[in-house]
Every structure is written in C-alpha cells, then in structure tokens.
Unconditional design. Structure first.
Length: 327
C-alpha cells in the first residue's frame, strides 16, 4: 500500500519541474499563464459514461462548478447519453482508455471486433477483470490498436478530446505500456494523466521514464493526488484523505479524481466484482464521492487555501506552446 494513514499522503507529491518552452525554462503552471507559486487543481470525474446514474451525477457537478474535468469511456452503457449531455454544454472530455472491466456483468466492451483483439479477452469474450490477468496474455499491438480505436470512436462523435487517461491505470503501470500511452498522446497531441516522480518511485515505476517524458514536452500535471479506492472502507476517513491531500498539495498543477454516481437502479445492478472479494464496498465509494463533492467541503478548502480550479482543456492548449519549441 502506498500509505496507511492520511498524514502519509504527502509522500506521493513532488516539486514541479521546469520544462523547455518558447520563453525558456518554465513550470507547467507558468506555461498555462499562472505563477509558479500558484496552487492549481484539476478535479476530475472518472468513469463518465458508465451508466445514466453516473452521468447525471457528473453533469450536475460540472454545472455547479465543482468538477472541472471528466474522463469518458468509449464503449460503456452510458457513453452515448454522456456524449449528448456534454454536447449540449459544449464540453470536452478525456478518453478513459479501458482494457479491463471489474463489473460482474462486464459492461465495458472493446470497440474493435473480438477477433481483432483476442488476447485482451477472457474465455467468455469479455475484458479481464484484473490488470494482472491482462498483463499475462495481452498482445501489445492489440492493446495499441484498441486504445486508438477508443480515441477514434469519441473523436468521430464530435467530442473535443482534452486528454488521455486509463481505466484502473492499466496503461500507466508497466514501462512498455507507458511507451504506447505516450506514443498515442504524441500522435493526438494530447496531455495525459501521470503521477509525480515520488508516486512513481513508491509504485516501483521507472522515475527516469517520467523525467524524460517531461523533457520531451509531454504534458501531464506535476502531481496526482491518488487515493486508492482500497485505501479505507470508512467514509469519513476517505473524506479526510481527500481534504488532507488538497490542503497539502504543493504549488503547481495537481489532479485529483473521483468516481461520483447517483444510486439509481442502473447503478445498483452493476455488481462490482471486487466488493465480493474484498472487505470494502466499491459501490459505496462512488456514492460517497458524489456526496463529498456535492457537500461543498472541497469548495470550502479551495477558497481557504486559495487554490484555483484548472481544466485539462487548459493543459491541452498549453501543449501547443511546447510543440512550438524549436530543437
């Protein structure tokens, strides 16, 4: 486990690094038009498109100015509805690249035909529920093809894509898949979700790969306030972890992500596979996340700590400034 107590969360944060841009070496915050001393937070809603109950919760949090970024499934039950909701608002979203599905009824499906990505599917023709199962058998070419197909499906819908991230961290937890992840980011000229150097070190990932990516002008936040869903089964402890992470984040750009949902019938029938095997209700965490964000607790902290909300779309625009740099 990355940390066992709330007070240990600060171990995952790193000091922002400078990057080359048209005006010299600057922090990412400065490239985005802010001071290097500003604290900037992306509040992301993960798993948008999961189902209608999730979509409604996320959209209301966006409308209330609480959520500043969303990560969208390309092939879930609620994807089409979510696209309509965003389209009505002129909203942007990240592609939540999915290669696993942790629900018993496997509501996530590949965009490509099954015979084009056989190594990504189990004996029932569904995505594996665990990353470790995927890693044992997956073909890297099929992974890249499926991820590209998911990006293209959302692009073809007319959605403006503002970043890439990945469901359950599947593309962020193995060096060779990080290479594919960054290759797609470069191809589509998009920011990506990545953690800090300290977070990578704690997770046993190659820190140098991260440093090189920043120097090669890939765009991702300085820090990721990562609170695993398995961190605690106590609601108030989880809320305290969110609050502590935000109050203690360093200057620069940090992302924190949540999984908000309402408790509609379509949500209740999802049957999260992990809830039966672990001493924690993953369904409850999604409802708690919605409660926490809607309660105003996060907004009060942002005001008290003088933290500014940022969107991934602003990072996407900053990416263009880095691309203009001449080697």
């Amino acid at each position: 486990m990355l940390f066992q107590t709330v007070s240990e969360i600060t171990k995952i944060f790193s000091k922002p690094m400078e990057r080359p841009c048209v005006s010299g070496m600057r922090t990412l915050a400065e490239i985005c038009g802010y001071s290097r001393n500003d604290k900037l937070l992306i509040v992301n809603a993960d798993d948008f498109g999961l189902c209608s109950s999730t979509n409604r919760a996320v959209i209301e949090l966006i409308d209330e100015g609480i959520v500043s970024s969303v990560s969208m499934f390309a092939s879930a039950d609620g994807t089409d509805e979510g696209l309509d909701m965003l389209g009505q608002r002129g909203g942007t979203a990240g592609v939540h690249l999915a290669l696993t599905s942790e629900w018993e009824n496997h509501i996530l499906a590949p965009v490509l035909p099954a015979d084009e990505v056989p190594s990504l599917l189990n004996g029932s023709g569904q995505f594996y529920s665990e990353i470790k199962q995927l890693y044992l058998v997956a073909d890297k070419d099929e992974i890249e093809a499926e991820c590209r197909a998911q990006i293209e499906r959302l692009r073809e819908s007319g959605l403006q894509i503002d970043h890439l991230d990945t469901h359950m961290g599947a593309m962020q937890l193995r060096p060779d898949l990080i290479d594919i992840y960054l290759k797609l980011a470069a191809e589509y000229e998009l920011p990506v979700r990545m953690g800090s150097e300290n977070l990578a070190r704690l997770m046993g990932l190659p820190v140098e790969q991260l440093r090189q990516a920043r120097q090669r002008r890939f765009i991702f936040p300085d820090n990721l306030a990562y609170i695993p869903m398995s961190f605690t089964s106590e609601k108030e402890t989880r809320f305290q972890a969110y609050e502590f992470a935000v109050r203690n984040m360093p200057a620069g750009i940090t992302e924190i992500y949540f999984h908000p949902s309402y408790n509609g019938e379509d949500f209740r029938v999802l049957q999260h596979e992990y809830s039966k095997r672990k001493d924690i209700s993953y369904e409850s965490i999604r409802l708690w996340d919605c409660e926490f964000l809607a309660s105003g607790r996060l907004n009060r902290i942002l005001e008290e700590e003088n933290i500014k909300l940022l969107s991934y779309n602003e990072l996407r625009q900053a990416h263009q400034a880095l691309l203009e740099v001449k080697d």
